[in-house]
Design a binder for this molecule. Structure first.
Ligand code: AHR
Length: 331
């Protein structure tokens, strides 16, 4: 059945002028020809995640030829596995999922493979040894994001003449075992080994949420306020940590205050950057829906795809951010 629907879909596209023009296939609105996609999202823990869900929903919309079955796993891997199993039972055409953590996917991916349903992994990665169990990946190079952050920090300290001075770092991590945490943490830990004057005074999990980071930072401040850098693994955590520091009377600013480093570069994060409270915000691009749409449509037409795609990302800091950049931000 799926093969038949695919043939009808591709035929429609060919009639309408080939795959290059298939963004709004004429047949899409008529029930049967919709591409059925099951999408298991990790949850809604951050602004980034909400933007990612929105991007997927608008790219995989009915007007664009899809019937999307969306499942919010509420931060539980078991819920994701259950949802994927349900998608398999429903016989969807494609499964898309954003894995909470890297491990624990082998069995369910084998089930999808046996059912012949292509799986597209988005955002975070799964263990490399199971790369053959999915069709494509689109997401961020989290280790590179971390490298951008630590390189920037080293340069800032150097420019401020603090290259050799002791640097006391608080590290608030994201969900442990997620690629976003693993990559960003690895880059910081490596940099600390390379800079003998950098000291990690605390490393705690903030679970990518503002509330948890606020709580964690609050307890850190109870025993020390002697902090030079707070390395948060997303904007939500940065906002929570900043709130706790300001309540404790600390100033967050790259010129003389605590240097706060963050990831995501959401509009709100960039507002904080403009105010100097976040010194550096490394972009993590959640707008992955159009890429997934592109991959699916290529697969349906038997065209080659880029199996592993890292989205292009940049960074914003207190020194280069402008009001115009924030106003033009899509999320
Ligand atoms: O996996 C992407 C990360 O997860 C984003 O940095 C964060 O905001 C999200 O919750």
């Amino acid at each position: 059945m799926r093969k038949l629907l695919a043939m009808v879909f591709c035929l429609t596209i060919m009639i309408n002028g080939g795959c290059a023009r298939e963004e709004h296939p004429a047949s899409a609105a008529s029930g049967d020809s919709l591409i059925v996609v099951g999408f298991s999202q990790v949850g809604a823990e951050s602004e980034w995640r909400v933007a990612n869900t929105e991007s997927m929903k608008s790219a995989l919309s009915e007007e664009n030829g899809y019937m999307l079955i969306f499942d919010d796993a509420r931060q539980e891997q078991e819920n994701q596995i259950r949802a994927i199993r349900m998608f398999i039972q429903q016989g969807v055409d494609y499964i898309v999922f954003s894995p909470k953590v890297e491990t624990g996917w082998k069995s369910i991916l084998l089930e999808a493979k046996e059912a012949n349903i292509p799986v597209i992994v988005i955002d975070r990665y799964i263990e490399r040894e199971y790369e053959n169990l999915y069709t494509a990946y689109i997401g961020s190079d989290f280790h590179n994001e971390g490298e951008i952050a630590v390189t920037w920090l080293a340069k800032l300290l150097e420019n401020q003449g603090r290259g050799e001075e002791p640097v006391r770092i608080v590290h608030i991590q994201g969900t442990i075992g997620s690629t976003a945490q693993v990559g960003r943490t690895a880059a910081l830990e490596k940099a600390i080994k390379q800079h003998p004057n950098w000291e990690m005074i605390v490393q705690e999990c903030g679970d990518f949420t503002k509330a948890k980071a606020y709580e964690v930072m609050g307890s850190i401040l109870e025993y020390t306020k002697d902090i030079d850098v707070v390395y948060c693994e997303n904007d939500g955590e940065a906002l929570g940590a900043i709130a706790a520091m300001e309540e404790a009377g600390l100033k967050c600013n790259p010129n003389g205050g605590v240097i706060v480093i963050s990831f995501d570069a959401t509009r709100l994060g960039l507002e904080y950057c403009l105010a100097g409270k976040i010194a550096l915000d490394v972009e993590c691009n959640p707008l992955q829906g159009p890429y997934v749409d592109g991959i699916i449509k290529k697969l349906r037409c038997g065209e080659p795809i880029e199996r592993i795609k890292y989205i292009d990302e940049t960074y914003f800091d207190y020194f280069n951010i402008t009001r115009e950049i924030i106003d033009n931000r899509g999320y």
